[in-house]
Ligand binder design. Structure first.
Ligand code: XMP
Length: 325
């Protein structure tokens, strides 16, 4: 398949077009792969999930999915990958608990670029180790999408596994590489993936690592994960899910004095961010209703350990980036 989208290629905007795409791809994948095995790094994000579902339909258990839990995923994500792919779709799924490995490597590392590098390099190392344990793999599937090829997409580099050593250079299988994100979502729905997976908000490859500012510690990372889960739940309850482009929490590496049970205590603040954008190059702020902000604040202060303040970041991009990093 060429890397250029043909000018006459129809935009996939409905289930009928999605089904036609699936039928065509399943045929092409069967032909490309034959009776060989394919390996896929399955993060649970939209793109890799759609590729997994397409391949399961085409070649079933010849697909081997590897899900690496690097400890920087959102609450419930590894469980959802197991539930959907192993339990519902009967996929051949290898779950790798690499939490300690990643967090040990990241301990004491302050510099954001260094953190990203460690996460990316460790991911490739874990994936490589798993690949070496398997026999007869000839293909590597990737959730490359068209904006990745155009290099102008809303999100930065994927966790693709292009850094594998030479003796593990498999033939690439990239069935959605000519599709735009909205088309990938249509295909995901037609393949029966849950809406919560298909319409997931963008999530950076280094995960919560870019929202746990400074050197990551397990307790502060837990504060990011728990506060993010509360924010998402309350957005769901308020009907804001799907209406706001991206929303999450950040926990900086600083403490301020507060008071708990009549005792002064130094704890972290949680920062809320909720933005709207078309292309992530600029962003505006979602005006969260005050009652929702109040509910989120109350819950974070009573349910998340180590936190004594909640702040709401109303900085547009520019000047602020979407992530704090
Ligand atoms: P910024 O913070 O630059 O982010 O305004 C723009 C968008 O990109 C996402 N982002 C990433 N996505 N890998 C990704 O796949 C990354 O390393 C990464 N860093 C930021 C960010 O969440 C926002 O949607």
């Amino acid at each position: 398949m060429s890397n250029v989208r043909p000018e006459n290629m129809e935009r996939i905007t409905n289930a009928q077009l999605a089904n036609a795409f699936i039928e065509e791809q399943v045929k092409a994948l069967k032909q490309q792969i034959g009776d060989k095995k394919v390996l896929l790094a399955l993060s649970g994000g939209v793109d890799s999930s759609v590729v997994a579902a397409l391949l399961i339909k085409a070649v079933g258990n010849q697909l081997v999915c590897v899900h690496v839990n690097h400890g920087l995923l959102r609450k419930g994500e590894p469980e959802q990958v197991i539930q959907v792919f192993r339990n519902q779709m009967s996929a051949n799924l290898i779950y790798v608990d690499a939490v300690d490995r990643f967090l040990d490597k990241l301990a004491g590392v302050n510099n954001p670029e260094q953190k990203r590098k460690i996460i990316g390099a460790e991911f490739i190392r874990v994936f490589e180790e798993e690949a070496r344990k398997l026999d007869g793999i000839e293909f590597l599937a990737q959730g490359t999408i068209y904006p990745d090829i155009l290099e102008s997409g809303p999100v930065k580099a994927h966790h693709n596994v292009g850094g594998l050593p030479d003796d593990l250079k498999f033939e690439l299988v990239e069935p959605v590489k000519l599709l735009f994100k909205d088309e990938v979502r249509q295909v995901g729905l037609a393949l029966g993936l849950p809406e919560s997976m298909v319409f997931r908000q963008p999530f950076p490859g280094p995960g919560l690592g870019v929202r746990c500012l400074g050197a990551i510690t397990r307790d502060r990372l837990e504060a990011v994960r728990e506060s993010d889960a509360i924010l998402r739940e309350e957005f769901h309850n308020a009907g804001l899910e799907g209406k706001v482009w991206q929303y999450f929490t950040i926990v900086p590496d600083l403490k301020s004095v507060g008071i708990r049970d009549n005792v002064r205590c130094e704890q972290w603040p949680v920062i809320l961010r909720a933005v709207n954008t078309r292309d992530a190059m600029s962003a505006t702020i979602e005006e969260i209703p005050y009652s929702v902000l109040k509910k989120i604040t109350e819950r974070i202060l009573s349910e998340v350990d180590g936190v004594n303040r909640v702040l709401y970041d109303i900085t547009p991009k520019p000047t602020g980036t979407i992530e704090w990093e």
